[in-house]
Ligand binder design. Sequence first.
Ligand code: PEP
Ligand code: MN
Length: 279
Amino acid sequence: MLYVSRDFQSEDSQIKIGPPGNETIIGGDNFTVMAGPCAIEDEKTLLDTAFEIKKTGCDFLRGGAFKPRSSPYSFQGLGVEGLKILQKAGSATGLKTITEVMEPENVETVAKYADMLQVGSRNMQNFSLLKEIGRSNKPVLLKRGISATIEEWLMAAEYILAEGNFNIVFCERGIRTFETYTRNTLDLSAVPIIKLESHLPIIVDPSHGTGNKNLIPSMSSASLAAGADGLMLEVHPHPERALSDGKQSLTINEFNQLLSKLNNLSSGICQESKIRCLN
Ligand code: PEP
Ligand code: MN
């Protein structure tokens, strides 16, 4: 029997993020919104962004310090310097932090600075990375591989679970198809499928899933309606100046508008469960 399966555990898992006594829970009745820039660019921009996110009531700040870029000549992230900035922004605001780890040798370092690790799409089947994360007890967001089937994605989670780390959240971020209008094809059917097959929570990243900020409000609403446990959204104070993924980044204003829309939608669906970030 697989640890990832509903046969192993029938009730939904709730994943606790952050230090004991000050944890944020992903799963259950919560709808968790993780927001922030694609990459950590400099201290001032990240701190400004973090304070704006804090004002919305959301709990999570995202930002990459180690960036997996298609071209080796594109901005690769600030590395450990970026992790330090992220940690500073987290302590200054009280937001939980999440950032990508790309190599097994870096798991310990990234885990020291951030509350949650992110396995990026390009690394979903980096088995030595998955095993190393499995041996740490750090919560991890496991993004779906660019061309991964749901079966392969579940098995990637199993690699982490098999080493003893049960703190996993799935993230649907779009898959590569023949369609070129969008950057990826956001497979929202993955949400109810993962819910059916696994006890672990799943959130959706419509930013990488569409690559186009105009599509993000509808796909965010659709994710909520499909039963996702939250969203990961790229937000930047000046998307036109962003060092990466500006086209899919929301301004702070647009982010606020989206949260109001989601909150209205969620109260329309179920009176009791307003989205967590606006409670
Ligand atoms: C990211 O979230 O920063 C990222 C690179 O996403 P993905 O791995 O889904 O492409
Ligand atoms: Mn990005």
